[in-house]
Write a protein that binds this ligand. Structure first.
Ligand SMILES: [Zn+2]
Length: 319
């Protein structure tokens, strides 16, 4: 351990991240999990500070920004609305975009639901990789947590704590032999998101399928786009990943919290969450403005006095 003296000017040299968009337009088609309707989704490049904006081509190009103030539904999936236009089941696509560091994109749709594809974010990761990613001449702002924020709803809990990275710890328990307790922790990077979270599929209980269908939900659901749990096991041939269920919950919370509008730097801990808990927490985070700061880099210190002794590991950094 070597101690060196860093001036405020030196600290400001931390790497500044630029905003990004997709390099070219790409599209995919598939059915909506809840509507059962076939539709096409196209990602188009967008300028800096556009954010993620859905565009309903079938409604004359009406736009719906992917921001928490446009949240409209949280029943079994996350939906957004702006005036009379809405879009459903946005969470897996949003998770893929934020997981791959795509800040700005226009998402064109010709119907009201994002295609479910295989129930995970893997197809959207593939789509973004096909398009390529392009830097834009504007700094990305990160929301860096400076004090803890927590929200409790019955036996469900969600909290953010200060950290230099985005870490997520998620735990679930259901009244099912396979899901009595499942927990997973991960430090999110582009690589860890792609390899360990994006392929995790959504899941549902066979005994609830009929009830969902009576409500007009899960009409497009099948073993091709969801893990289905029977009384004692799964109806699919196999799981893709260890702890695939809770990894999918991590995928969901990444997508839902993207509605805050900034990548988060903090330790996120969730127990028994769902779209409602995630969305309520996203609103709370934006209200608690003294619990975070917008910074240009995840490693930017939150408080920088004029000069300060900062321990630096190793000798290479002490040039
Ligand atoms: Zn999901």
């Amino acid at each position: 351990m070597v101690l060196i003296l860093l001036s405020k000017l030196d600290v400001k040299k931390v790497v500044c991240h630029t905003q990004r968009t997709v390099r070219r337009a790409v599209s995919c088609s598939g059915i909506g999990l809840h509507s059962g309707q076939k539709g096409t989704l196209r990602l188009r490049p967008a300028k800096a500070d556009t954010g993620i904006v859905f565009k309903r081509l079938d409604l004359g190009g009406m736009e719906i920004p992917a921001r928490i103030e446009h949240l409209s539904s949280i029943n079994y999936a996350t939906g957004l609305a702006n005036n009379s236009a809405s879009v459903e089941t946005v969470e897996h696509l949003l998770a893929a975009l934020v997981g791959l560091g795509v800040d700005n994109v226009i998402v064109e749709l010709n119907q009201a639901e994002v295609p479910i594809m295989d129930g995970s974010a893997a197809s959207f990761v593939y789509l973004v990789h096909e398009a390529g990613v392009q830097s834009l001449p504007a700094a990305r702002k990160f929301l860096k947590v400076s004090r803890s924020i927590s929200f409790v709803q019955g036996d469900k809990r969600i909290a953010l704590y200060p950290s230099e990275h985005l870490n997520v710890t998620y735990s679930i328990n259901f009244d099912h032999p396979l899901l009595r307790h499942q927990s997973h922790s991960i430090q999110l990077t582009e690589e860890s998101f792609v390899d360990e979270i994006a392929p995790a599929r959504t899941f549902g209980f066979l005994k609830e399928v009929e009830l969902l269908r009576q409500k007009g939900l899960a009409l497009g659901g099948s073993l091709d786009n969801a893990i289905v749990l029977g009384e004692t096991g799964i109806l699919n041939s196999s799981l893709r990943l260890e702890n695939e269920f809770v990894r999918h919950k991590i995928l969901d919370v990444i997508g839902d919290l993207s509605l805050i509008g900034y990548p988060i730097i903090g330790n996120l801990v969730v127990h028994r969450g769902g779209h409602a808990l995630h969305a309520n927490f996203a609103k709370l985070v934006l209200e608690e403005t003294d619990a975070w700061r917008l910074v240009d880099s995840p490693v930017e210190p939150l408080e920088v006095p004029d000069s300060q002794e900062i321990p630096v590991k190793g000798t290479a950094a002490a040039r």
